[in-house]
Design a protein around this ligand. Structure first.
Ligand SMILES: Nc1ncnc2c1ncn2[C@@H]1O[C@H](COP(=O)(O)OP(=O)(O)OP(=O)(O)O)[C@@H](O)[C@H]1O
Length: 282
C-alpha cells in the first residue's frame, strides 16, 4: 500500500509461463503494477512484451496450458488462481474487459438492448423495466446517439467506433471497479480513436473506475493516460506519471520508444479529440 489511496488492483511479482510443464516459457516475468480508482493507467511496450498476458492473468483467461504465480489483489483480496464460482463472481462484475475487436464482447444475433438487459438482469437481478432504464443510461454514458432506438438494433448496424462504445457499455453494465482495455482503439479509424479514448478517460473519472489501457502505441498514451508503465521482455521497464514519462524518461528503452514517435506526440500533444461523439461515428 502506498501513502495515497489503496490500489483498486495491485499486481505483485506476476509471472506467467506458457506451455506444458516440461517446456514452460515465461512471457510475463515479475510484473508489479498498481491500478487506482479514477485513473487511467497505460501499459505500453512493443508487440510480444507481455501486455495482453498481464491483463488476461487478472481475469483468469490465460491460454492453456499455462501457469501464473505472484499476487493479484482486488481491493485487498487475492484473486490470482481463483476458479469456478469465485472467479465468475469477479469476472465481468468487479473486473471487466474490452478487447481490440468489439465483436469479441458482442453477440452478432442479439439486439444491443437484449445484450445489455440480459447481462444486468442476470447479474444484478433487476426487473425488466429497471434493466431497460439502466441500459439506456449506460448507452447515454458511452455517448451512443439516440440510445432508446439503439436498443432495438443489432451490432452490425453500428460503425466500428459505436460498436466499441457499446462493448464498453456492456463491460460497465455491472458497475465494475476495474476496466481492462486491450488495444481498444487499434482497429478503429484514426478519426474515431480519440473519441473512444476520451470516453475512457471520462468514465474513469465519473465512475471512479480504475482503467488499464493496454496499447503498443505511445501516442494513445499521450492522449489519455494518467500514468504510463512501459513493458519490455515480460517486465516493467519504467512507470511514471504521463508528463514525466514523456518529458524526462528514465529508462533507455522508453527514450528509444519516444525517439521513434512523431514530434507532435512526443511533445505530449496527444491525438486530440473531443468529448462528444464525432459525426462520422454516427
Ligand atoms: N495463445 C498463446 N499461446 C502461446 N504463446 C502465446 C499465446 N498468446 C501469446 N503468446 C506469446 O506470449 C508472449 C506475450 O504475448 P502478449 O500477447 O502478452 O504480448 P503483447 O505485449 O500484448 O503484444 P501484442 O501487442 O502483439 O498483443 C508473446 O511471445 C506471444 O507470442
Amino acid at each position: 500500500m502506498s501513502a495515497e489511496s489503496r490500489a483498486a488492483l495491485s499486481i505483485r511479482d506476476l509471472v506467467v509461463e506458457l506451455g506444458p510443464p516440461d517446456s514452460r516459457r515465461a512471457v510475463v516475468d515479475g510484473v508489479d503494477l498498481d491500478l487506482r480508482a479514477g485513473r487511467v493507467h497505460g501499459l505500453a511496450g512493443e508487440s510480444g512484451s507481455g501486455k495482453t498476458m498481464t491483463a488476461l492473468a487478472v481475469l483468469g483467461l490465460l491460454p492453456t496450458p499455462s501457469r501464473a504465480t505472484g499476487s493479484i489483489l482486488l481491493d485487498g483480496e487475492e484473486i490470482l488462481g481463483l476458479r469456478g464460482r469465485r472467479l465468475s463472481a469477479i469476472r465481468g462484475r468487479r473486473v471487466a474487459m474490452v478487447f481490440q475487436d468489439p465483436s469479441a464482447s458482442l453477440h452478432p444475433q442479439l439486439t444491443v438492448g437484449t445484450q445489455l438487459t440480459d447481462h444486468v438482469r442476470r447479474h444484478l437481478r433487476l426487473s425488466r423495466s429497471a434493466a431497460r432504464e439502466r441500459a439506456v443510461d449506460l448507452l447515454t454514458q458511452v455517448r451512443v446517439p439516440r440510445p432508446e432506438e439503439a436498443l432495438a438494433r443489432y451490432p452490425h448496424q453500428f460503425s466500428g467506433g459505436q460498436r466499441q462504445r457499446i462493448a464498453i457499455a456492456v463491460a460497465l453494465a455491472c458497475d465494475p471497479d476495474v476496466l481492462l482495455a486491450d488495444e481498444p482503439t487499434t482497429a478503429l479509424d484514426v478519426t474515431v480513436q480519440a473519441g473512444v479514448l476520451h470516453l475512457l478517460r471520462d468514465l474513469a473519472e465519473q465512475r471512479d473506475l480504475a482503467v488499464l489501457l493496454v496499447t503498443h502505441d505511445l501516442g494513445v498514451m499521450s492522449a489519455v493516460a494518467d500514468d504510463v508503465a512501459v513493458m519490455r521482455h515480460g517486465a516493467i521497464a519504467e512507470v511514471a506519471p504521463r508528463e514525466q514519462l514523456f518529458t524526462a524518461p528514465a529508462h533507455p528503452y522508453t527514450r528509444a520508444l519516444l525517439d521513434a514517435l512523431p514530434d507532435r506526440i512526443a511533445a505530449g500533444a496527444g491525438t486530440g479529440g473531443s468529448d462528444t461523439t464525432p459525426e462520422d461515428e454516427r
